[in-house]
Design a protein around this ligand. Structure first.
Ligand code: IVH
Length: 677
């Protein structure tokens, strides 16, 4: 084959492998190893090569996660093996009975179980043929489901191809698609503001996002996947002993699995696991509705078999429903950062799943009307994990005569400015803008919040005082605060004042993503801010961009793009940004010293393997340089290898590295690593 094409092919292959690995580190392990801007540069390079050489595009390329025409309907797919359901238990006695049946069925005195959380999402099945993701389906009736392959391809934690030494000819991976609670809250908030459908809980949001005929809609939704089982045709490459070995195998294939998976023995340990997970439920990033117990030995599973459509070897131990009945005492209207007026239910305090609930979100006036909620009603409320409680429905049978319908105020309850509801939007907004103290306070609180510039100690009470006394009007004013201004406020002693000043000083060292998020641009949440930082690499480039460039950012559609353009078109906002920069707020932009120091990490103590001829240095020179900076050069590739440097005509080490998923770099990348030291 033509030499240049062969070169391009190799470069393409290399880039593709690298990006797949970086994706895995970023999305599955949550531990990126390269700066966002560098990732973006590599991704664009891959896109560019594929544009120039379309023959190199394969469905497994990371560029191919979206890009299909919307479907008219979903087609049906038969599952390789049926997708079963699980028997349920709520009480410890039911768990004891399950364990007894298992022990008796196996004629043993104690059984080893694999235990894991029961994800509250949607069951899906992913079919891999010779290691390539071919079809993905919903559970359907258990035997046939709907073909949602295109939608599943957009979920970044689902590998499009499996890198392993031995890939089975056929592998169906079973697992659950879900939405993290924080992503769900953000999505609903965006939907409230743009008048789109509000989802009742993360599960519904995941379901609604997955059952889209247009995969571009799914791509814009923050979905996650967790694997919990497989189906394979007796392939020798797949573990045959235990369920826990299968979970480890899935993890080695780069599928996300729950961190909470464990192995226990006997009934007492099952119940202890249930208690432990129940206690940690609120801290998990996603909703679970119980735990699942599975006999660990696959041979024992086979002996126990199935009854009806559920296995005898497994049990779902579910948490009690987190619902309660209480009285709706009043409805207050809160003013948000973007002026949105949000009705909030004030409830007679009630205990739900161990937490006292006094407030519940009501989203907007349409939701209140749809559910026919009136002040004074008896209502059913639900808490799902960490998510803000919501009113499920009204107990109409208990409605008394003096209940009051809710009317959305025509004026902002804080500043008195007119409240308007734009056609097509579901929310009313205060038109007071930054003259409205409520909006100003919210903007400042958001700026200082933990995931934004993280100013510890700058809480609601302090911001109230600072804004009410006209000491602080916008985030830039925070950086002019002196000790005197603070100690003159109520309940601020000198010690806590200096702590706050130190926290403000510390916040000056930001990241671009955090800074963009902190600006509080409408419709720009944390994830979008990260995407924007990754794409543009510098604030100036973002501030001077246009609609066309913005909509190239993943998940940025015309609505979000317009919010960004509107924000930067506002002179006041640009002034605040300038003042923030002038006060010393800073962040790393692409390819500056901070980025290089991340790469620095990448060489010291790392193990390199060289394969193929380098063009500008001999292997010995390369070895000398790597060793000089604390790296090691090994003779063969193993799981311990960190980087394989690929030169001209690489040998079998290259293939080995690819099969083990080791990071491949070329001579130029090695040089830039060396130069950065
Ligand atoms: S195993 C043969 N493991 O629960 C057993 N299922 O009633 C097949 N689910 O809709 C299921 N978390 O999607 C299993 N860790 C877990 C699970 C889990 C959630 C769901 C599953 C299915 C339902 C079964």
């Amino acid at each position: 084959m033509n030499q240049t094409i062969e070169n391009v092919r190799r470069q393409h292959d290399l880039l593709r492998q690298q990006i797949v690995l970086y994706n895995y580190q970023y999305y599955v392990l949550d531990a990126p190893t390269i700066p966002d801007a560098e990732y973006d540069r590599l991704f664009r390079k891959l896109q560019y090569i594929e544009q120039e050489y379309p023959a190199l595009v394969t469905p497994e390329s990371p560029t191919q996660r979206i890009g299909a025409e919307p479907l008219k309907t979903f087609s049906q797919v038969a599952h390789e093996a049926p997708m079963l359901s699980l028997a349920n238990a709520f009480e410890p006695v039911e768990v004891e009975a399950f364990d007894r049946r298992v022990r008796e069925g196996l004629a043993v005195s104690a059984v080893e179980y694999a235990v894991e959380p029961k994800f509250d999402g949607l069951a899906v099945s992913l079919r891999y043929e010779n290691g390539v993701f071919k079809t993905g389906a919903t559970r359907g009736d258990g035997y046939t489901g709907e073909d949602i392959t295109l939608n599943l391809r957009t979920i970044k934690t689902i590998p499009l191809s499996l890198s392993s030494e031995h890939v089975p000819a056929l592998l169906e991976v079973r697992g659950e698609v879900l939405m993290f609670s924080a992503d769900f809250i953000r999505l609903n908030k965006q939907h409230v503001e743009t008048g789109k459908k509000i989802f009742a809980n993360p599960r519904n949001a995941a379901a609604g996002s997955l059952r889209q005929l247009d995969s571009a809609v799914t791509a814009a939704r923050p979905l996650k996947f967790f694997a919990y089982g497989i189906v394979s045709n007796d392939d020798p490459n797949v573990p045959h002993d235990t369920h826990s070995a299968i979970i480890q195998y899935l993890s080695r294939l780069h599928f996300p699995v729950a961190r909470e998976c464990a192995v226990v023995k006997g009934c007492a340990e099952l119940l202890a696991y249930y208690q432990e997970i129940a206690a940690r439920r609120g801290q998990l990033p996603y909703d679970i509705d119980g735990v699942v117990y599975k006999v660990n030995s696959l041979a024992q599973q086979a002996r126990l078999g199935y009854v009806a459509r559920a296995p005898r070897f497994a049990l779902a131990h579910k948490f009690p429903a987190q619902e309660a009945i209480t009285k709706l005492q009043d409805i207050h209207v809160q003013v948000g950062r973007t002026g949105a007026l949000t009705p909030v239910a004030r409830l007679e305090p009630v205990l739900v799943g161990g937490v006292t609930v006094t407030n519940a979100t009501l989203h907007n006036a349409d939701e209140i009307n749809r559910k026919d909620i009136r002040i004074g009603d008896t209502v059913i409320i639900r808490r799902a994990g960490d998510v803000i409680p919501e009113i499920v429905s009204v107990v109409v049978a208990q409605r008394s005569e003096n209940t009051q319908p809710f009317v959305m105020p025509q004026h902002c309850p804080v500043c008195g400015a007119k409240a308007v509801r734009t056609a097509g939007e579901a929310v009313s907004r205060c038109t007071g803008g930054l003259f409205c103290p409520a909006q100003r306070k919210q903007a400042i609180l958001h700026f200082a919040s933990r995931r934004a510039l993280d100013i510890e100690g700058l809480g609601e009470k302090l911001v109230d005082q600072l804004v009410d006394n006209a000491i602080v009007r916008n985030p830039a004013d925070l950086y002019r605060l002196g000790i005197l201004a603070l100690v003159n406020l109520e309940r601020i002693a000198e010690k806590s004042a200096s702590k706050i000043l130190a926290a403000i000083e510390k916040s000056k060292q930001a990241t671009l993503a955090r800074f963009i998020y902190a600006l509080g641009i409408r419709n720009v949440g944390e994830v979008t801010a990260k995407d924007l930082a990754r794409h543009f690499g510098s604030l100036d480039r973002l501030m001077d961009t246009d609609m066309e460039n913005l909509t190239q950012v993943p998940a940025v559609g015309p609505v979000v793009a317009q919010s960004i353009l509107d924000f930067f078109a506002e002179k006041h906002n640009r002034e605040v940004i300038e003042r923030l920069r002038a006060s010393g707020v800073r962040w790393e932009e692409s390819a500056n010293a901070a980025d290089r120091s991340a790469e620095n990490h990448a060489i010291n103590g790392k193990i390199f393997v060289l394969t193929g001829a380098l063009s500008e240095m001999t292997r010995e020179e390369a070895r000398g340089k790597i060793e000089m900076y604390g790296g090691k050069v090994a003779g063969s590739v193993s799981r311990k290898t960190d980087y394989v440097v690929v030169g001209e005509d690489p040998g079998s080490k290259y293939e080995k590295a690819v099969s083990l998923g080791i990071m491949l770099i070329d001579e130029d990348q090695l040089k830039s690593l060396l130069q950065s030291v």
